[in-house]
Design a protein around this ligand. Structure first.
Ligand SMILES: *[C@@H]1O[C@H](CO)[C@@H](O)[C@H](O)[C@H]1NC(C)=O
Length: 436
């Protein structure tokens, strides 16, 4: 039987409500299918496969209507693949890119009677237990997972090194015709509701504003780095939070941007230059935890503040990377699935936390951050840390007095930002002080 007729009969069988067929040409559909197949055979995220595809087209391709339609289809599939596959399986049809695109094109409702909650909420196995624990109330759980299925707004951080008043940057952006507002919680954030071509936003090319989710701004602000201090951004990556910390230090003092990857750190260089940041030093950290890192050893107990933005499952970023639900589980060779990868990650997070904590001087502060919502990566890591030998010198700190959002996790000790409650990506943060 042809796929379309099978699906029609399924739809009839389940007496589904409304249906909105989506129009796109067979050519567009075929290209979308091709990209989905590439992503799956090469085990890369769908958006990476799309970028790769676009690279082989003309320069202007990414501005074309076709590109927009394809990227729309791909996003919609990524955000509904568990539900589509569930329906395809019910219909006895293979869960292939071709059948998924055909399903989307027909515009049948994604949810239907008999579908289990986990599928309805587009949650992979490896995150389901943890998320249920994080949100024991089913209604909260549903709200959060549904919010993670929505596209994220585009948030910008105002670079206070170049523009002291947010309102000035905001006014420029509004005057250029954008629908922009101040972010509700972060005092240095601007929100654009419509995703637009980044390059045209006033101030972006001059480093006056920088794309950064409001949640990310908020957790980095918990460090409260001051001018003249010695500070480390311990898992800096390409350095989005480093830029924010440098600005809060007014370029004065020493800021170490640290990572196990020299490549990632290198990528931070031009960003610092554009942002007018001049107090950053880059330091590669020894990745193999069984080996001594002399640099770290020499600097034990010398830092005023350390931010540990730990490598994590990225559950909190699903709005931006919808198919990370699937790719995170299978991304690295040697992992059988997300649960295994998570099991591998947890001890690493603890080691990173312990190692980074040794850098901090007595009276100094450590902020532990993840973009995850899973308790194993978050509050449980901190509790385990506090119970360890190293952690015995540490205590949990309350939030800064002017911090806009209450700490609610584990009797108000830790911060959790969620897409449904705060309209940010999902984040966790703990603020710790070393008492010696
Ligand atoms: C993708 O989803 C959006 C929002 O639900 C919808 O408006 C749009 O028509 C969909 N596009 C495609 C190609 O499925």
């Amino acid at each position: 039987m042809h796929i379309t007729s099978i699906l029609t009969s399924v739809a009839l069988l389940l007496a589904l409500p409304t249906k909105t067929a989506v129009s796109f040409s067979p050519g567009v559909a075929n290209r979308a299918i091709h990209i989905l197949e590439e992503a799956s055979s090469q085990n890369i995220p769908v958006d990476a496969a799309l970028r790769r595809y676009a690279k082989y087209q003309e320069r202007s391709y990414v501005k074309s209507e076709e590109y927009k339609s394809i990227s729309d289809i791909l996003r919609n599939i990524s955000i509904s693949q568990y539900r589509i596959d569930w329906q395809l399986r019910e219909a006895g049809v293979e869960c292939s890119p071709e059948n998924r695109v055909a399903f989307l094109k027909k515009g049948d409702p994604l949810e239907c009677r008999g579908m289990d909650l986990q599928t309805t909420l587009e949650c992979p196995d490896w995150a389901w237990t943890g998320l249920k624990e994080a949100f024991p109330d089913e209604e909260d759980l549903s709200k959060e997972l549904r919010a993670l299925m929505q596209p994220a707004p585009l948030d910008l951080r105002v670079n206070t090194l170049k523009c002291e008043e947010r309102i000035d940057a905001l006014r420029e952006i509004i005057n250029a015709g954008y629908d922009a507002t101040s972010t509700p919680w972060s005092p240095i954030g601007i929100r654009l509701e419509e995703r637009t071509a980044l390059g045209r936003i006033p101030g972006l090319l001059d480093g006056i504003v920088e794309p950064q989710d409001e949640g990310s701004q908020l957790v980095a602000s918990l460090l409260e780095a001051q001018p003249g201090e010695t500070v480390a951004d311990y898992c800096a990556g390409s350095g989005g939070k480093t830029l924010q910390i440098a600005a809060s230090m007014k370029n004065k003092g020493r800021l170490y941007s640290m990572d196990v990857s020299e490549d990632r750190l290198e990528r931070g260089k031009p960003r610092c230059k554009k942002a007018g940041v001049s107090n950053v030093q880059r330091q590669v950290v020894q990745e193999d935890m069984t080996r001594k890192d002399k640099w770290l050893k020499r600097r034990k107990g010398t830092f005023d503040r350390v931010l540990v933005d730990a490598p994590c499952s990225g559950v909190g970023s699903w709005r931006r990377k919808p198919d990370a639900r699937r790719t995170w589980a299978t991304f690295d060779d040697g992992f059988d699935g997300g649960i295994d990868r998570l099991a591998n990650l947890l001890p690493l997070q603890q080691q990173i936390l312990q190692r980074a904590s040794r850098l901090v001087k007595v009276g100094g502060r450590l902020v532990y951050v993840t973009c995850s919502l899973l308790p194993q990566e978050n509050e449980k890591q901190i509790i385990q840390f506090l119970e360890s030998d190293v952690g015995a010198e540490w205590k949990v700190e309350s939030p800064p007095s002017d911090f806009a959002i209450p700490f609610e996790v584990v009797d108000g000790q830790f911060l959790r930002l969620t897409p449904a409650q705060h309209n940010t990506d999902g984040f966790f943060a703990a603020v710790l002080t070393k008492h010696g």
